[in-house]
Design a protein. Structure first.
Length: 303
């Protein structure tokens, strides 16, 4: 394997929301590592007349770390107020909007009072409180993730280091900022593939999206090799088939990093996407490498 300096080498060793209202099957929720369940006697999530998955804002807010003393109710205006850190969310029954830090956010259905609890679509209350939401069609499960830097909990995987993971090289400072994995057929899969006009192989089961950045610490210009030469990024696998897909990204698209040139002190930040042909996501390892310096990041099955 030929190397180039600077090099970010990702060695991946795998062992292994569309509308949720389309079916009457029970929909499960997971908030970070824990399964979400309504407290005994509480109103359960449901699908409303507009086909939206509705959840009681108090119960989900509690699951996202909001205590009851930071949730208030104005009986006269039928408005619930939720405070989390520097974020204030207000929800008024009957309105098709919520207010986040004074700005209106339009919803695709109205807030409802059901069984004495205020319900709105799960996506809007989750995102208002800073969480990311993902829908798994096969599992019929909604994942609500407080940590937007990765979605590894969706696959039962955890890291041995906190993102971002950084390495200070002699010429280049490298950082792995994000790691997201999405199954073929998911909305996120199609969003990323279409965003950069990527030609993934027909047998691709997942894409691995990495958010990366680096800074030129040298006194000269650093640049990647021409497209005809070895890529400055390398991926290999001992399980499944991980490869770099064909792409049609213009060189001027700074979000997708392939060909690049940096003057002294300049920084570049963007994404790399890889395709995976494996039936399931298993433990893997990432390496940040620049010449003699290497940092290993292990991703293992959560206990």
């Amino acid at each position: 394997m030929k190397k180039i300096i600077p090099l970010l080498m990702l060695l991946i060793c795998f062992t292994g929301i569309t509308s949720a209202a389309a079916s009457d099957s029970k929909i499960e929720f997971q908030v970070n590592e824990k399964e979400f369940s309504t407290p005994a006697g509480g109103a359960e999530p449901y699908i409303n007349k507009d086909g939206r998955t509705m959840v009681a804002i108090r119960f989900l807010s509690n699951a996202l770390g909001v205590t009851d003393d930071n949730i208030s109710w104005d009986r006269g205006t039928e408005t619930a107020t939720i405070k989390k850190g520097n974020t204030t969310v207000q929800v008024t029954v009957g309105q098709q909007k919520i207010t986040v830090n004074g700005s209106d956010v339009l919803m695709d259905t109205s807030a409802e009072n059901t069984g004495g609890n205020v319900f709105i679509p799960v996506r809007f209350i989750s995102e208002a409180l800073g969480a990311k939401i993902e829908w798994d069609e096969n599992l019929r499960k909604i994942f609500i993730l407080s940590d937007n830097s990765n979605n590894l909990v969706r696959y039962g995987i955890k890291m041995d280091k906190q993102l971002p993971v950084k390495i200070q090289g002699a010429k280049l400072s490298l950082a792995l900022n994000n790691v997201w994995i999405y199954p073929a057929g998911s909305n996120e899969f199609y969003d990323w593939v279409s965003k950069f006009n990527i030609n993934v192989a027909a047998d691709t089961k997942y894409i691995v999206v990495t958010g990366i950045s680096f800074v030129n610490n040298s006194n000269g210009i650093l640049a990647s090799k021409p497209e005809s030469s070895d890529s400055p990024w390398f991926v290999s696998a001992s399980y499944g088939d991980v490869s770099y897909p064909e792409y049609n990204v213009e060189s001027s698209d700074n979000e997708y990093i392939k060909q690049w040139s940096l003057k002294p002190g300049e920084k570049i930040e963007g994404f790399q996407i890889y395709q995976l042909n494996a039936e399931e996501v298993g433990p893997f390892v990432l390496y940040l490498e620049d010449g003699a310096l290497t940092k290993e990041i292990s991703f293992v099955k959560a206990q």
